[in-house]
Design a binder for this molecule. Structure first.
Ligand SMILES: [Ca+2]
Length: 264
């Protein structure tokens, strides 16, 4: 395993990479601090593996070791340099919730919560709004996300569907799904969040199914029609199918065009 080091030496910052096997630990793992010997020829230029732990080495010849690290250890390289190690390990996180978010113009973002108890073949939550530039699923965790990890999307037949990409926003991993067809059951699997956490969510994408019963019918069309002309608020945002910020005739027409459709 490689670990990344950033080294401040004589007031300059350089990045070095070093393999774990090159570090000689004088103390057992798990201790709050330890002394290590780093043979000088084992420090190589390069960018560290950001998916693993990050270390910062600070100090210079003859300098006192810098302070301020939360976890630190003295280092002695064979050349006689002394460094301080700042060790930061990505926070272990657990999933709290998942929701499908769309920004309705000036009205701002509105979220459809995803029932995490449902399998992709079950009574999944429904996103009735159009895909636009992509569906965005927020996977909300209980701590700061520093490594987004990878997402994969599949349908109810376990076949890959669409393209899933990940991004970080605070405690959220945002999965953007593109290329998802209408009337689709989709399962998203996240792996490697902050290095090791995983999460799964399944939902249905069915345009116009504003009452979320997994079929778009005249009932849905009537519901959208009844809210035509309304600015988007929490009570009616599902009816703004094109996420413009107002429920309009275009939304009624979109629902009408899909009337009779259903999830597989
Ligand atoms: Ca419906």
């Amino acid at each position: 395993m490689s670990i990344g080091f950033s080294m401040s030496h004589a007031c300059s910052i350089i990045c070095v990479g070093i393999a774990m096997s090159d570090v000689t630990a004088a103390h057992a793992a798990g201790q709050a601090s330890a002394n290590y010997i780093i043979p000088k020829d084992t420090i190589n230029s390069g960018v560290g593996d950001m998916a693993s732990a990050n270390f910062v080495l600070r100090g210079s010849v003859g300098d006192a070791v810098a302070t301020g690290s939360s976890v630190s250890a003295g280092f002695i390289a064979n050349a006689g340099f002394r460094y301080q190690l700042d060790l930061s390990v990505p926070t272990m996180v657990q999933l709290l919730s998942v929701f499908s978010r769309k920004v309705h113009g000036a009205a701002g973002p509105f979220d459809v919560p995803v029932d995490l108890a449902q399998l992709v073949t079950g009574n999944v939550s429904i996103e009735p709004r159009g895909i636009g530039a992509g569906h965005t699923l927020h996977f909300r965790f209980d701590g700061q996300i520093t490594v987004a990890g990878n997402a994969a999307s599949s349908n109810h037949l376990m076949a890959p569907t669409g393209i899933a990409t990940t991004a970080i926003s605070g405690n959220d991993v945002i999965v953007t799904l593109t290329g998802i067809p209408n009337a689709a059951r989709v399962k998203v699997d996240l792996t490697g969040v902050n290095g090791s956490a995983t999460a799964t969510a399944a939902l249905g994408f069915l345009l116009g199914d504003v009452n979320g019963n997994r079929s778009t019918s005249n009932t849905d069309v009537s519901a959208v029609k009844a809210r035509a002309g309304q600015a988007v608020v929490q009570e009616n945002f599902r009816n703004d199918l094109n996420a413009s910020g107002t429920v309009t005739a275009a939304d009624v027409a979109a629902a009408k065009a899909k009337s009779g459709s259903a999830l597989p």
